[in-house]
Design a protein around this ligand. Structure first.
Ligand code: PMP
Length: 423
């Protein structure tokens, strides 16, 4: 007869730790390379810094306040009391999770309300909400084109767009940044060999903070009977007189665009993403896109937060105007002090080019020690000579914060010219 053995808790822990499989990093060269760079950065490694409180114009790190330029909370709604109340009410009514795919038993009235509000705001017939912006791009693009088709994307496209293109199995071609003429030439050469063609661009590019010439892209799309997909992750809520994104900015009707995609995690201060367009396309995605069907629906809290933000913006776009004034001021100050941004338009993403990863890391650390939280963009994300410190401006920043910051950056760069900033 087998006697059950009674184990002491300590023994349990030991035996569990013994069965933990080891991770052999040598088998993952991309990680070995990254780890080397992180280790060599030593104390200057700026990633995964812990913060407390809300990610807005200021932020608390180790109990110390910093002026913050590393948040996508463009309009400042993430800490807004009205939005927090809406979330609390939704959680009280529907709980913390919808606990199923929406296709099965996960659908709640908040989902439909949010989608109707998103499509009204962006100006399309309908919209579909996913649980992440990343998943939205992957799932939507992978469904819109397949192996007999061609997908053409800007060379600076976000990872999620490229993942969607790869998953689709379509022929993938990247065209030079914002170069609609090069795109036209590629399509002239390749279009007839392929069934469908999808052009993928962004409303504002998250590395450079620049905006594409949308009317030209529409011309090219029409000429080649292609579909046009625009990722508005950074442009919705930030450009256009009332924050309605790239179409409003260029004075173009949203009906000219096949798919307007956006995230809920930036201007809308929530988490999730949407695809917006014709009712027929949305119906197609609702029944066929994998990241929607095979994933639990967006949580009541996240749906309620985005819904409350958009409804508030529809009533009063004042935060959009504040954001745009702040971005303009930041850029003007940079020009005044001779800092290089490479930008010709006022967007809330402002890279200040330092050049060289080491120098950029040093400047970032100097700014951090002076009470400014901002992150570097280094090679390979950008060419080594274009390494920069990237500022995300919000509606909540004050004139004083902006003027102080730009002066400090100029001072930091000046001391880099003479000798490395001592840290
Ligand atoms: N598209 C772009 C252009 C982005 O910058 C991001 C994230 N920063 C995403 C998509 C993914 O959005 P999310 O973080 O909401 O998943």
């Amino acid at each position: 007869k087998l006697e059950p053995t009674v184990r002491q808790p300590e023994e349990e822990i030991i035996s569990l730790s013994l069965v933990q499989p080891q991770f052999d990093v040598q088998q993952f060269p991309e990680y070995v390379d990254l780890k080397k760079r992180i280790d060599s950065a030593g104390a200057v490694n700026p990633y995964f810094r812990l913060r407390q409180g809300i990610n807005t114009d200021t932020v608390l790190m180790d109990g110390k306040p910093y002026i913050n330029y590393s948040s996508y909370n463009y309009l400042g709604y993430a800490g807004d009391v009205q939005m927090i109340t809406a979330v609390q009410e939704a959680v009280a009514e529907y709980g913390t999770s919808v606990s199923a795919s929406r296709l099965l038993s996960g659908e709640i009235p908040l989902h439909g309300e949010l989608e109707a509000t998103v499509s009204r705001f962006v100006g399309t017939e309908d919209a579909l909400v996913y649980t992440a912006g990343h998943a939205t791009n992957v799932s939507t693009i992978a469904k819109l084109v397949g192996k007999d088709d061609i997908v053409l994307h800007d060379e600076l496209s976000h990872n999620s767009l490229i993942q969607g293109c790869l998953l689709s199995g379509a022929q993938r071609v990247s065209f030079p940044h914002n170069d609609w003429e090069a795109l036209d030439r590629i399509l002239t050469r390749t279009r007839s060999h392929r069934r469908r063609a999808l052009i993928v661009i962004e409303g504002i590019y998250s590395m450079d903070g620049d905006i594409p010439d949308l009317p030209k892209f529409i011309e090219v799309k029409k000429k080649h009977q292609a579909m046009l997909y625009i990722d508005e992750a950074h442009s919705i809520g930030t450009i256009g007189a009332t924050g309605r994104g790239i179409c409003e900015y260029h004075g173009v009707s949203p009906s000219e665009i096949d798919i307007l995609m956006g995230t809920l995690s930036k201007s809308f201060s929530s988490c999730g993403g949407y695809a917006a367009g014709s009712a027929a396309m949305i119906q197609f995605l609702k029944y066929l896109s994998d990241g929607f069907i095979f994933s639990a629906g967006i949580t009541p809290a996240n749906a309620a937060a985005a819904l409350a933000v958009i409804q508030s913006l529809e009533k009063d776009p004042a935060p959009v105007q504040r954001l745009q004034q702040n971005a303009k001021l930041f850029l003007e100050q940079c020009k005044l002090l001779g800092l290089q941004t490479g930008l010709s338009c006022d967007t809330p993403i402002i890279p200040i080019i330092v050049g060289g990863s080491d120098r950029t890391l040093q400047l970032t650390e100097y700014l951090y020690q002076e009470g400014i939280n901002v992150y570097p963009i280094l090679y390979p994300a950008v060419p080594e000579e274009a390494a920069c410190v990237r500022f995300f401006i919000t509606a909540n920043h004050s004139r004083e914060q902006i003027e102080w910051t730009v002066k400090l950056v100029a001072k930091g760069i000046q001391s880099l010219e003479k000798e490395p900033v001592m840290i």
